[in-house]
Design a protein around this ligand. Structure first.
Ligand code: NOJ
Length: 655
């Protein structure tokens, strides 16, 4: 199944050079990267596509302490080229296998008597590069005090990003701004200009700080700005002797942007030998009731996570095809935030819950809210996951709800990156899958650690329960697939069926019910939550049937329609059957989705069950009507489906 062809080339691949120096082009020859040094030995790279500038000469380098800076005085000693063309199977994902096809150029550098390297990989749909700092006499441990990496766009293209400051856990509204006005932004930054769709981000964030980028007003040049430690340093370089990959997707269409897999390709292959316990699934939870302030996480009269309530949810899950039930508030102590991860509240019997679930094919999805008390969590890490193993618990949602870890360090700092990796690797040793809330922005680590099934890091559905300013506005849910979604699976937790929250006037879900169904498919997550209380599902069996039928693991994905912040239509083929699922959603404006089903197998007829906005549906005035209809279709069918304002549709297609 796995084909691997790695060819070492001894000669440089020549392209029309943007700069003098060294060059490498994508396998199709269209994307070209050049690197050179100037008279002071400053290293710069530039990029063009089909002769059009993508990046002007952009600086590379680091400022350091404990070692001379890597800023200038570079000599390129040697260039080594390699063709990579391999296809690797995914443990789970939006497709069952991924082709990794690129050209690599490794530049060995000498600077101040030390050997360093920058490795570039150029794909047909983008590029990545990283720094290597081999340990050597005169270069032991050192500290990065600034990363000088630039992305010198030729113009201040339109972009979508969230600010890195004053937004906690990446739960911000994406702003559409010219590049020079973004201040310091988290990545991914999505960019449109010169007929191209691009996204700037990073891959394989290991023992380093997360990358943000800073713009100077009036200049389209972005500069890396890493999240610092509380003491001001950026990265302590010790055992891991390379940076993450800096990545730039460069494509001509939004579907190609969405389908770029360069970030996964720049991560290491799967490190887990037996992946049989890593199973995608739909889940529900004792959860929305807390955000609506109906029940409490902590024990007492209105305690949510009781054995009895859990069994009720497990019964519902078993009847309606959900593989797991999340119980937040099962453990001590939510009143003090001094959490134990092995002591349930007296009214929650873990053994009884797990046995009851096992007998009905439903997993208990456990919860480790840490309150960002990392020291407390790390002290219990082994016992916490041993507890899971002993009880047969294979899924844990982790959470870090305080904006500073241990009261000092930011989530996206090297401290946070190190901690979250430690949790992930410990969980893997105990056979536990992770759903990480308040995470570090994903960077494709799920290729190496597929037990990292999903993460939050997005302004999710919960904001609709308690944001009295009106929750997530209609365009938000058709913006995040093109921004945060590029970084990896999102635990957005859609599928609310009842939009009333009398406890907090002003809050509401700003979609139609049909759009909620659509989001279950559009917002990709292999561990996908239907977030509402089971009473609200029981009251709506018609629409619920779509969720009951919708898988979370795919053989193939295509995007027939897409416009950032306006609308999106996605089609996904089930990994374990011939079924296809299609969903579309729109933002502020009603529209008619129009797309061909040419992705279906030819010469076959399919039955389509269509769930769409019903007569008069409108997110503000009449969100609930859903029309459910059946029709016969085939690969030559062009479907036209009306979508209400902030509406949508979901379709199951069966051969
Ligand atoms: C924030 C998380 O996003 C949410 O899902 C969770 O319920 C609360 N923290 C409590 O842990």
């Amino acid at each position: 199944m796995k084909q691997l062809t790695v060819t070492l080339l001894s000669i440089a691949f020549s392209v029309a050079p943007l700069m003098a120096g060294y060059h490498v082009a994508s396998p199709d020859g269209r994307l070209c990267l050049s690197v050179d040094t100037d008279a002071a030995g400053v290293l710069r790279y530039s990029v063009e596509r089909d002769g059009v500038t993508v990046l002007n000469p952009s600086r590379l380098g680091m400022l350091t302490s404990g070692a001379e800076p890597f800023a200038d005085g570079f000599t390129i000693k040697n260039a080594t080229y390699k063709d990579i063309d391999e296809t690797w199977p995914t443990v789970w994902g939006e497709e069952d296998s991924i082709r990794n096809n690129c050209r690599e150029m490794r530049l060995d550098l000498v600077q101040g008597g030390r050997d360093l390297a920058v490795v570039f990989r150029v794909f047909n749909d983008g590029l990545g590069f990283r720094y290597e700092f081999p340990r050597q006499p005169g270069l032991g441990d050192f500290t990065i005090t600034d990363e000088l990496t630039e992305f010198a766009f030729p113009e201040s293209h339109t972009s979508w990003s969230i600010p890195a400051e004053k937004v906690n856990y990446y739960e911000g509204i994406y702003r559409q701004l010219p590049l020079d006005s973004i201040g310091t932004a988290s990545t991914p930054v999505t960019i449109a200009g010169d007929g191209l769709y691009m996204a700037l981000h990073e891959a394989n964030l290991t023992d380093y700080a997360a990358m943000n980028v800073t713009a100077t007003p009036g200049s389209p040049v972005l500069k890396a700005s890493l999240t610092p430690w509380s003491t001001g340093e950026l990265v302590f370089v010790t055992d891991v002797r390379h940076s993450p990959w800096r990545t730039l997707i460069v494509t001509e269409s939004l579907p190609d942007l969405m389908l770029s897999r360069i970030m996964l390709n720049l991560n290491e292959p799967c490190a887990i030998e037996d992946t049989s316990w890593i199973l995608p699934q739909r889940y529900i939870g004792i959860w929305w009731c807390y955000h609506l302030r109906k029940l409490t996480w902590g024990n007492g009269e209105r305690h949510g996570a009781t054995t009895a309530n859990m069994k009720r949810y497990i019964d519902f899950a078993a009847r309606h095809g959900f593989g797991g039930v999340l119980a937040e508030g099962w453990n001590k102590d939510w009143w003090t935030y001094d959490f134990s991860f092995t002591e349930p509240y007296d009214d929650f019997d873990t053994d009884s819950v797990c046995t009851y679930g096992r007998e009905r094919g439903v997993q208990f999805i456990s919860h480790h809210e840490t309150g960002s008390k990392v020291a407390n969590y790390e002290a219990q890490l082994d016992s916490a996951f041993a507890y899971c193993r002993d009880k047969g618990i294979h899924y844990v949602k982790t959470g870090y709800t305080h904006k500073l870890l241990d009261g000092a360090e930011r989530h996206s700092s090297q401290f946070g990156v190190r901690h979250m990796r430690k949790v992930l690797e410990t969980a893997a040793r105990y056979g536990v899958n992770i759903d990480n809330h308040e995470p570090v922005m994903p960077t494709g680590l799920q290729r190496t650690w597929p037990n990292l099934m999903t993460q939050e890091g997005v302004r999710g559905q919960e904001w609709d329960a308690w944001n009295v300013a009106g929750g997530n506005q209609p365009s938000h849910t058709v913006t995040v697939p093109f921004t945060r979604g590029l970084a990896g699976p999102m635990d957005f937790t859609p599928v609310t069926f009842n939009f009333d929250n009398p406890v907090l006037p002003g809050t509401r879900v700003c979609t139609t019910l049909a759009k909620q169904l659509a989001l279950f498919l559009i917002l990709y997550s292999p561990l996908q939550m239907a977030s509402d209380m089971i009473e609200n599902y029981e009251a709506n069996p018609g629409p619920l049937a779509f969720v009951e039928s919708c898988p979370t693991d795919w053989a193939r994905t295509v995007y027939p329609e897409a416009e950032i912040g306006k609308f999106i239509t996605v089609a996904r083929k089930d990994r374990h059957s011939d079924d296809w699922f299609v969903a579309g959603a729109t933002g502020d404006d009603a529209r008619t989705a129009r797309f061909s089903l040419d992705f279906l197998d030819p010469d076959c007829t399919y039955t389509a069950i269509i769930y769409r906005d019903g007569e008069g549906a409108d997110w503000e005035t009449n969100p609930y009507p859903v029309t459910i209809e059946r029709r016969k279709v085939d690969a030559s069918t062009v479907l036209e489906i009306p979508e209400a304002r902030s509406g949508g549709f979901a379709i199951r297609l069966m051969k």
